[in-house]
Design a protein around this ligand. Structure first.
Ligand SMILES: Cc1cc2nc3c(=O)[nH]c(=O)nc-3n(C[C@H](O)[C@H](O)[C@H](O)COP(=O)(O)OP(=O)(O)OC[C@H]3O[C@@H](n4cnc5c(N)ncnc54)[C@H](O)[C@@H]3O)c2cc1C
Length: 413
C-alpha cells in the first residue's frame, strides 16, 4: 500500500481532495481516524456555494437533506427574512444535513471515483529535518504501517496535529472563532429558513458578546448553537455554553422548543481567514480547517473545505504530471487569488463588530434596511457575481456609513 497521494482526514476538505484527485486518475488513499457515521461539532448548514460543490461531485440530495430557501435574521426583536439570492453560478437554495451523515456520504463519492478510503486509521507524520519523509498509519494494533506517498494532503481539521508537526501555525493577530451546538426536538423543524440572532441577552437583559443560530433539519429536530469571535472584548473569559444557554432560554416561540437537548451539546474551534500557514511544503498541502479556511463573515467552513480540497487536488495532479514538486507553490497563489481580498475586508469587519457599540448600532440601524441587509447577506455568504466582486468593499463602506461611529477602523483599499 503506497499510494501516490495520502489524504489525512475524511471531513469535507479530505473527501473533496480525494474525490478530485481520483477524478484526475491519481492513485489516492484517504485515511479517517474515526468511523462513519461520526459526530462533528457543526451547525450542519450548507450555503448555496456548498450545494454547488456537492452537485459538482454528483451528490444525491436525498429526502433527508432539508432544503433551505433563506435566512431569518434577528437582532433582539427586530427580524428580517431574506431569500438566498439568484446567482449565475450558485443555486438559490441551501440545505441542512447532519455532519454525521454528510461526511461519510461524500467520502463514499470519492470511493466511487476510485479513491481508496480506510476508516479507523490514524496517520502520523515522520519528519526528518523539518521535511515529511513518510507517514505511519495506526489501526487497532500497536504496530503502524509505514508508507511513503509522493504527496500528502493535510485535512485533519481545526487542531491539525499532523500539520503542527510539520510546522504549521495559526496567526494570533487574525480572528478565531469558538462555537457550540446541540440538537433539540422541534415540531417546526420543517421550516425552510435558517435563523440567526445577533443580540443575545442574559436573564437580566444584558447584551452578551456572541451570536446564536437555529438550523432546522427537517427530521423533527433542530441544530441550535452559539458562537463568538476572538475580536469580541473579553472573549477568552466567555464560555460558549453559557451563551448557548442564554440563547436557548430566549428562543423565539415559533420553534416550540422546551426542555433539554437530545444529547449534551459539543463545541469546537473555527480557524478563519486562512490564519494557518504555511499552506504547503515540499511534499504536502494543507486544506480546509487545517489551513484556517473558515469564512470569518459567517463561520462557514464546509464549503471552503470542499473548495480548497478541489484546488489542492488540481495542483497536486499537475505536480505529479510534470514530476515537479515546485508546482505545489501554485496552491498558495491560487488561495491568494481566490480569497485574499475578501478575507481582508472580513477581518476589518470582525475587528469593527468586536466593539459592542458598533455591533449595537449596526444591528439597530442596518436591520432597518432590507436592501442593505440583502447585500450584507450576499457579501457574508460570498455570493456576489464575478463582476460584483468590487462590491465587497462598497458594501463594507455602506455599512461603515450606516454605523458611522468615530474610532472604528476604516477600510482602505
Ligand atoms: C460548532 C460549530 C458549528 C459550525 N457550523 C458550521 C455550519 O453550519 N456550516 C459550515 O459550513 N461550517 C460550520 N462550521 C465549520 C465546519 O465544521 C468546519 O469548517 C469543517 O468541518 C472543516 O472541514 P475539514 O474537513 O477541514 O475538517 P473536519 O471536518 O474537522 O475533518 C477532519 C477529519 O480528520 C480526521 N482526523 C484528524 N486527525 C487525523 C489523523 N491524524 N488521521 C486520520 N484522520 C484524522 C478527523 O476525525 C475528522 O474527521 C462549524 C464549526 C463549529 C465548531
Amino acid at each position: 500500500m503506497n499510494p501516490q497521494v495520502l489524504v489525512v482526514g475524511g471531513g469535507p476538505s479530505g473527501a473533496s481532495s480525494a474525490y478530485w484527485l481520483a477524478d484526475r486518475g491519481v492513485d489516492v488513499l484517504l485515511v479517517e481516524k474515526k468511523t462513519y457515521p461520526r459526530e462533528k461539532a457543526c451547525g450542519d448548514a450548507l450555503t448555496p456555494r456548498a450545494v454547488r460543490q456537492l452537485v459538482d461531485m454528483g451528490f444525491e440530495f436525498a429526502d433527508d437533506v432539508h432544503k433551505i430557501v433563506g435566512l431569518r435574521s434577528y437582532a433582539g426583536d427586530v427580524m428580517l427574512e431574506m431569500r438566498w439570492p439568484e446567482h449565475s453560478l450558485y443555486p438559490n437554495w441551501g440545505a441542512t444535513l447532519r455532519r454525521s451523515e454528510l461526511d461519510g456520504r461524500v467520502t463514499g463519492l470519492a470511493e466511487t471515483r476510485g479513491a481508496k478510503v480506510l476508516q479507523g486509521i490514524e496517520a502520523r507524520p515522520i519528519v526528518d529535518d523539518g521535511e515529511l519523509v513518510g507517514v505511519d498509519l495506526y489501526g487497532d494494533g500497536d504496530d503502524p504501517e509505514r508508507i511513503t506517498p509522493e504527496y500528502v494532503v493535510i485535512a485533519d481539521g481545526s487542531l491539525s496535529r499532523f500539520g503542527r508537526e510539520l510546522g504549521t501555525e495559526r496567526r494570533r493577530d487574525y480572528p478565531f472563532g469558538l462555537a457550540v451546538r446541540g440538537y433539540w426536538d422541534s415540531p417546526k423543524a420543517d421550516d425552510g429558513y435558517i435563523e440567526s440572532q445577533l443580540d443575545i441577552r442574559d436573564k437580566d437583559g444584558r447584551s452578551m458578546p456572541g451570536y446564536g443560530w437555529v438550523f432546522p433539519l427537517g427530521d423533527g429536530t433542530v441544530n441550535v448553537g452559539a458562537g463568538l469571535v476572538s475580536t469580541f472584548k473579553g472573549w477568552k473569559d466567555i464560555n460558549t455554553s453559557k451563551i448557548l444557554a442564554a440563547y436557548v432560554a430566549e428562543l423565539p416561540d415559533h420553534w416550540e422548543i422546551d426542555g433539554d437537548p437530545i444529547a449534551k451539546p459539543i463545541g469546537g474551534k473555527l480557524p478563519m481567514s486562512f490564519s494557518v500557514g504555511p499552506k504547503s511544503g515540499r511534499s504536502w498541502v494543507a486544506v480546509g480547517d487545517a489551513a484556517g479556511a473558515v469564512n470569518p463573515f459567517n463561520g462557514e467552513g464546509i464549503d471552503y473545505g470542499y473548495e480548497t480540497g478541489r484546488l489542492a487536488a488540481g495542483v497536486i495532479a499537475e505536480a505529479l504530471a510534470s514530476n515537479d514538486p515546485a508546482a505545489l507553490a501554485a496552491y498558495d497563489q491560487a488561495l491568494i487569488d481566490e480569497y485574499a481580498a475578501y478575507h481582508r475586508v472580513a477581518r476589518i469587519f470582525l475587528s469593527a463588530i468586536g466593539n459592542p457599540a458598533v455591533m449595537r448600532t449596526l444591528v439597530t440601524t442596518g436591520m432597518r434596511s432590507q436592501t442593505l441587509m440583502e447585500w450584507v447577506l450576499k457579501v457574508m455568504a460570498n455570493l456576489l457575481e464575478p463582476e460584483e466582486k468590487g462590491m465587497v468593499e462598497k458594501v463594507y463602506a455602506a455599512i461603515e456609513q450606516a454605523i458611522d461611529l468615530p474610532g472604528i477602523r476604516k477600510y482602505k483599499p
